[in-house]
Design a protein around this ligand. Structure first.
Ligand code: AHG
Ligand code: MN
Ligand code: MN
Length: 367
């Protein structure tokens, strides 16, 4: 369906939403809004690149050979291009003290040619990058923290430890989704709002005001090829779901796995469900698959703001005190009653709960 350029104008846009949110804080400077709008422009640019796919002239012919990123994972061309876009779109505006990304081992400094600001931007510029080659949904995830006061006062270069703040300290978080439509989903700590890119206007238009996740669900998401590495509480939970109506849950469950966490999270925000990428024993050096600071925390903030719950399985994700910039962690989020059930299974004093001190998590709200 083609809409006229004017047909959407009575609806709120991202700009209007941000201005109206700021009015709740008369003392606010508007810097956060400026930052979020630049992030949204980076996402629009990425949406265009993704939409051209193999047609992109700077594509396969000029593609550098696959390299390995700081995560030890293959870095796709678009991982590099989208990272560069995020950096260039946000380094100049004077709102940031520094940035950190999945694709960069060390924090990105704001060049001395530009003023330095009071926020830190953390991002996964392209989530689900294994889906690019198959033209499946991908996204970008971001998190905004306040820089430590000493950084703001001195204007010094940022260090890893400046970013090691619990998710509860996030000022804003969100993601862009590059699917059949491009969406921008955001929280500034007052609920969750979803915007759809109107290609006629080039604007994100408010289409999903005050997103809420149902507390119950019959849909779960997990990569079951890892089943042999799961811990007992996860195995129990999945087996009970699979047992369906005849099992202890007394109802049938459906299963979904997109392999872009951002897309799985979006489905859950739209219609409920539970997502697990739990801590497992696959690689003892890694305490999970997903990264705490720029994947788990922003999604956890969105989930909690939408009335859902986000957990490591053992404690609220937003309470985890990070120990490393690229730290990985077990992740469970979605419909509140399911996540609480999974946490209960982890806390039951069964032989299946590992007491390995390697896995101890430092937390703010440890129960
Ligand atoms: P990224 O593309 O940023 O490296 O993240 C991919 C992540 C996440 O989005 C997804 O849920 C998970 O990896 C998929 O993992 P499996 O390949 O193990 O299913
Ligand atoms: Mn990712
Ligand atoms: Mn990524």
């Amino acid at each position: 369906m083609t809409t006229s350029p004017l047909s959407q104008t009575p609806r709120s846009t991202l700009v209007r939403y941000l201005i109206e949110e700021r009015r709740r804080f008369p003392e606010a400077s508007g810097e956060l809004n400026g930052l979020l709008l630049d992030v949204s422009v980076a996402c629009k640019a990425i949406a265009r690149i993704a939409a051209f796919g193999e047609l992109d002239d700077s594509g396969p012919a000029t593609m550098p050979p696959p390299s390995i990123n700081v995560q030890g994972e293959e870095q796709k061309r678009l991982d590099v291009v989208t990272n560069e876009l995020f950096v260039r779109m946000n380094e100049w505006n004077g709102h940031l003290a520094g940035m950190a990304s999945e694709e960069m081992e060390a924090p990105q400094q704001i060049p001395r040619a530009y003023p330095r600001g009071k926020y830190l931007l953390l991002f996964d510029p392209l989530d689900g990058s294994s889906n690019i080659d198959c033209n499946l949904t991908i996204g970008s995830i971001f998190s905004v923290l306040r820089a430590p006061q000493s950084v703001i006062d001195s204007g010094r270069d940022v260090r890893d430890e400046d970013f090691l703040q619990p998710g509860a300290a996030q000022v804003a978080a969100g993601y862009a989704l590059y699917g059949p439509t491009t969406m921008f989903v955001l929280t500034v700590g007052n609920g969750v709002a979803g915007f759809t890119l109107n290609p006629n206007l080039g604007e994100f238009v408010l289409t999903h005001a005050d997103v809420k996740v149902p507390v119950d669900t019959q849909e779960f998401a997990i990569n079951s090829s890892n089943a042999r590495f799961w811990e007992a509480p996860v195995t129990r939970y999945v087996q009970e779901c699979l047992a369906g109506r005849a099992g202890p849950r007394g109802k049938d469950f459906n299963m979904r796995w997109i392999a872009s966490m951002v897309a799985d999270a979006h489905r859950i925000l739209m219609r409920g469900g539970v997502f697990l990428y739990p801590r497992d024993t696959k690689d003892p050096a890694k305490h999970g698959r997903l990264r705490l600071l720029y994947e788990a925390n922003p999604i956890a903030f969105l989930m909690e703001q939408a009335g859902a719950r986000a957990s490591t399985g053992r404690q609220p994700l937003l309470g985890v005190v990070p120990t490393a910039l690229h730290q990985r962690i077990g992740v469970v989020f979605g419909s509140r009653n399911e996540v609480e059930r999974i946490e209960r299974y982890h806390h039951e004093p069964a032989a299946h709960d590992s007491a390995d001190p390697l896995f101890a998590e430092r937390g703010l709200f440890r129960s």
